[in-house]
Write a new protein. Structure first.
Lengths: 373, 339
């Protein structure tokens, strides 16, 4: 099923209906730490807990949005999942195959099925390579007798096809990255990800660097390609409106943990975790009649090298403040559990969330309260 | 909180209440490949204490406008080719560099997008704030330090004495932007120009910074020129908005008018291309193509090559801002085409 499959057919066949089939991507208790070394002996003094015990799955053909602020671990999660970074612990699978156990030829073969689109359309394209080589590089690496990608003519044909799929002209293959605008470069990045015929694509902030009018072109393209090739996306972004537009389900991350996970409609309409509530309320909407009742969180995200005990959000939590700094938040880590409305939330006090309590938090904001990190 | 209540309707103001009045401003850059008309005939004014939003995509000239007002352009290659700018009744373009420098920081101040690159990495943040205080106010060094600490505490930074002794790299992004704001406010300017002040920040930090800007504005009565590409931020913050495209204003009206009922095809396209709850499941409305090459602007309306309503006259004649339902729009769709 892995190697010789025609990429164009992708996962389309397995996508009908909303039935409970086996998910394409499964992640269990994924952990990724970055060691901190200090002193002349580079002694190991601690770890940055970038991703800490995260579990979720992605169904075939689904778009799972992953939101959170800078430093929450969303990019690390995406990269660890597709083995661009070595995992510290946990398990991940694609189509039931254990991703983290693979090595050598097996790992190389599975890479065809999982690709990534990067945020920075300038930094992610080598300025000294023509587009044909940038897109063709993966083909060279994955060439075998069957696909004949080692041959320049076969490769160029395929590169040209994929340039057309992303709305560019075949002739552009001879040009260099600096000859393109930001939106066009992002299209090249998408063609590079698609050319190997993957089923699963990690989109890591693919539109954050683009202007609004170009951003909408790229979002439309990503949705068209998903339909055409039966793709499955993990869509990482900090822009909540973009995630709301493109995702089927959304996971909210805070400091290395998923704090809430649910279908996009109910998660945006009725978030159940105090952090998601603040996040959703903070999005400015282009409607001057709705000058939002925001919940403004105090301070900054704590350091992932030394996360707070118990619930990681407790140091900035407005709900805990209303509950007189409940003890349990500091002593026990809340598990991700059913919070009603079809989603999971990791909070000890989801039952204390009500329109009244959020209203109170929105009015309680006092910016003269000093902040500190 | 006062911040969440809707703003009162705009009333016409007598001219003397205008803090900044810009007329027919043209800023050109003369470079090797030719001349870029970055700002090409801009008219707007900001009354005291009010907020003007400037909206547009990269390269539309919104930042150049800010730099021109602040007198921060390198001349040459830049040139203010024509126009007038009056600040508080004084003619900015007639000013000597010294006078302008006196004005900058004390009466008009700027908050930049990237707090990391606009703070000097080798000086303590307290010293960077007190530097401008010493420059503009007749105070001793220790008094300036005290003012710097007070400014830090006013923007909600805990332990301001300790923070004042730290270097920019020791602070988080949100904290650095607070320092920038503290610096801008230290001398209580009459006009604050904020160029994408929250673009580099996360959404919860953005909420903090917007509240802070609004609060300080209420406190000091400063006018604000807010440059942004985020129409959500515009909706939250501004009274009036100008939409810029390729160096020109294409629409100018109140935030309500422009955001709820855009008239210019570009404003309309911009609003329609924002993904949202409402657009889920539908293709996003897109503005086809990309901004024109600045060395080779289309004749006639600059937006014509991307405009869904384009007709022949658009390629030949350049539309002017004309009143339309209370706001101003530069589009032939609403105007009589010259024969």
């Amino acid at each position: 099923m892995t190697a010789g499959k025609k990429p164009e057919t992708g996962a389309t066949a397995a996508r009908q209906g909303g039935g409970r089939e086996a998910p394409l991507i499964e992640v269990q208790n994924l952990v990724k730490y970055f060691p901190i070394h200090s002193g002349i002996l580079r002694k190991h003094v601690g770890d940055v807990h970038a991703v800490d015990d995260v579990s979720f799955d992605v169904a075939r053909g689904e778009v799972l949005g992953l939101v959170g602020e800078s430093g929450c671990g969303k990019t690390t999660l995406g990269r660890t999942l597709i083995r661009l970074l070595p995992p510290t612990g946990g398990a991940a699978g694609i189509d039931g195959e254990d991703l983290f156990a693979m090595k050598g030829a097996e790992l190389k073969r599975v890479r065809r099925r999982m690709q990534i689109i990067f945020q920075d359309p300038v930094g992610s394209l080598n300025p000294r390579m023509p587009i044909s080589d940038i897109i063709g590089e993966g083909l060279v690496a994955q060439a075998d007798k069957e696909n004949q990608w080692g041959k320049r003519s076969v490769r160029d044909e395929r590169v040209g096809d994929y340039l057309e799929f992303v709305g560019l002209r075949r002739e552009y293959a001879r040009r260099y990255p600096h000859e393109f605008s930001g939106g066009q470069r992002q299209r090249i990045g998408i063609a590079r990800a698609l050319v190997l015929g993957p089923e699963f694509i990690v989109c890591d902030e693919p539109v954050s660097a683009l202007d609004v009018s170009i951003q909408s072109q790229i979002l439309n393209l990503l949705l068209d390609l998903r339909r055409e090739f039966g793709l499955t996306y993990l869509f990482i972004a900090h822009n909540l409106s973009v995630v709301q537009y493109i995702s089927d389900r959304v996971a909210v991350m805070y400091l290395g943990k998923i704090v809430e996970l649910g279908p996009v409609g109910s998660l945006y309409a009725g978030p159940k975790h105090p952090y998601s509530i603040a996040l959703v309320s903070a999005v400015p909407e282009p409607d001057p009649r709705r000058r939002a009742h925001r919940i403004v969180l105090k301070g900054d995200v704590p350091s992932p090298a030394d996360p707070p005990s118990g619930c990681r959000f407790r140091t900035r939590c407005w709900l805990r403040e209303q509950l007189d700094d409940a003890e349990v938040c500091a002593t026990e880590e809340p598990p991700l559990k059913d919070a009603g409305g079809g989603h999971l939330a990791a909070c000890h006090f989801t039952d204390k969330i009500s329109p009244e309590s959020t209203e109170k938090a929105a009015h309680h904001v006092n910016l003269s309260d000093a902040v500190d990190d | 909180m006062a911040a969440t209540t809707p703003r009162p309707a705009l009333e016409p103001m007598p001219d003397s209440d205008l803090l900044l009045d810009v007329k027919d401003l043209r800023t050109y850059f003369h470079v090797m490949d030719g001349t870029v008309k970055a700002v090409d005939g801009l008219n707007f004014s900001i009354p005291r204490g009010r907020t003007l939003g400037v909206v547009g995509e990269s390269g539309c000239g919104k930042s150049v406008t800010a730099l021109t007002i602040m007198g921060l352009l390198d001349i040459p290659p830049a040139e203010v080719a024509s126009g007038s700018m009056h600040f508080d009744g004084r003619d900015l373009l007639a000013m000597e560099e010294d006078e302008w420098r006196q004005l900058r920081g004390s009466e008009m101040a700027m908050i930049f997008q990237e707090p990391m690159t606009s703070l000097n990495p080798v000086f303590r943040v307290g010293d960077q704030i007190s530097e401008s205080v010493i420059h503009h106010m007749d105070v001793s060094k220790s008094e300036a330090q005290e003012r710097a600490i007070a400014a830090l505490s006013r923007v909600g930074i805990a332990f301001p004495e300790r923070r004042a002794r730290q270097y920019p790299h020791e602070l988080s992004g949100g904290m650095r932007q607070r320092v920038m704001i503290a610096m801008a406010l230290a001398c209580e300017p009459k006009l604050i120009i904020a160029d994408e002040p929250t673009t580099a920040l996360d959404v919860t930090i953005q909420a903090q910074i917007l509240e802070l800007i609004r609060e300080t504005q209420e406190e000091t009565g400063a006018a604000l020129m807010l440059i942004t590409h985020d129409l959500g931020v515009v909706a939250e913050m501004v009274d009036e908005v100008i939409v810029m495209y390729a160096g020109r204003v294409v629409e100018h009206g109140t935030a309500e008018e422009v955001l709820l009922d855009p008239k210019h095809p570009y404003s309309e396209g911009l609003l329609a291309s924002i993904p949202s709850r409402a657009s889920r499941g539908q293709r996003l409305n897109i503005i086809k193509g990309a901004v024109p090459n600045p060395f080779n602007m289309p004749g006639g309306c600059n937006f014509a090559p991307r405009c869904p309503y384009r007709f022949d006259a658009c390629d030949e004649h350049d539309p002017r801002l004309k009143p339309l339902d209370g706001r101003q729009v530069a589009c032939w769709k609403y105007q009589d085409v010259p024969s």
